[in-house]
Design a protein around this ligand. Structure first.
Ligand code: ATP
Length: 231
């Protein structure tokens, strides 16, 4: 069983995540990819994020109909901050090969992750980059204290002394981000085609990311409008 683990905040999951995962699944002949929403993402502790239940629900709706894609609530069920090393060590031994999917932007900050050195000896990494990627290449992409345990097999493959590999994988990186989607939804703009239709419906129905509209004297326009409709 070859399994991909794709961790993230997924607030919300979007077509960029899904397309990237689909390409990695095919290229690495993975039997399954688990999307793992982080309950308390360590890097977003100072940001307001949606409830884990909503993020899990949206991920579930997004993967419906793709037999290779599943959602895991492993980090939702664990108390405290969601560290990837805890997730990887928890599933170790359950599957044959575990590939940890990560975007180039997240990888470039890997030295800020909890026990980041250990990650490289517990899982194979697939670092998803834009075709013709710039900025991230060669052994220099690893933090110095990881670099010394890595050797370059070829331009895109690196081997750790543990035998685990890190692959630099060009994929179609759609210019979509959850930040952009939250902003659109907050302004009442369309998010159609940025997220799967079921996720769009969920966001609209639940009123996720809707900003409180205020007028120039600071009155809450939504509550005023709400009252008008009701009366
Ligand atoms: P935000 O805009 O809120 O920071 P995001 O869109 O980057 O969110 P995350 O849930 O933070 O989404 O990202 C999870 C993982 O998906 C990270 O490894 C990130 O690099 C990767 N990722 C994000 N957007 C894309 C995209 N458009 N294509 C491929 N990978 C992506």
């Amino acid at each position: 069983m070859r399994v991909g683990i794709f961790g993230g905040t997924f607030d919300p999951i979007h077509v960029g995540h899904l397309r990237a995962a689909e390409e990695v699944r095919e290229l690495f002949s993975l039997n399954r990819i688990y999307f793992v929403p982080a309950c308390i993402p360590p890097h977003k502790r100072d940001q307001q994020i949606s409830r884990i239940d909503d993020r899990l629900m949206m991920a579930g709706l997004a993967v419906k109909g793709n037999r290779f894609f599943k959602v895991s609530d492993i980090e939702a069920k664990r108390d405290g901050i969601s560290y990837s090393i805890d997730t990887i060590t928890a599933i170790e031994g359950t599957f044959g090969d575990v590939y940890f999917l990560i975007g180039a932007d997240a990888f470039s900050e890997i030295d800020t992750w909890h026990r980041y050195r250990d990650l490289f000896s517990h899982a194979d990494f697939v670092v998803m980059v834009r075709p013709g990627h710039s900025g991230i290449s060669g052994l220099a992409m690893f933090p110095p204290d990881v670099r010394e345990s890595m050797k370059a097999v070829d331009e895109c493959t690196f081997e750790h002394t543990s035998g685990k590999h890190t692959y630099l994988q060009p994929i179609t990186q759609l210019d979509v981000s959850a930040t952009k989607i939250r902003a659109h939804a907050g302004e009442g703009k369309s998010i159609k085609y940025l997220v799967p239709p079921a996720v769009e419906t969920y966001i609209v129905k639940q009123g996720l990311y809707r900003r409180q509209k205020t007028n120039h004297i600071g009155k809450n326009m939504e509550s005023i409008q709400g009252k008008m409709w009701k009366s």
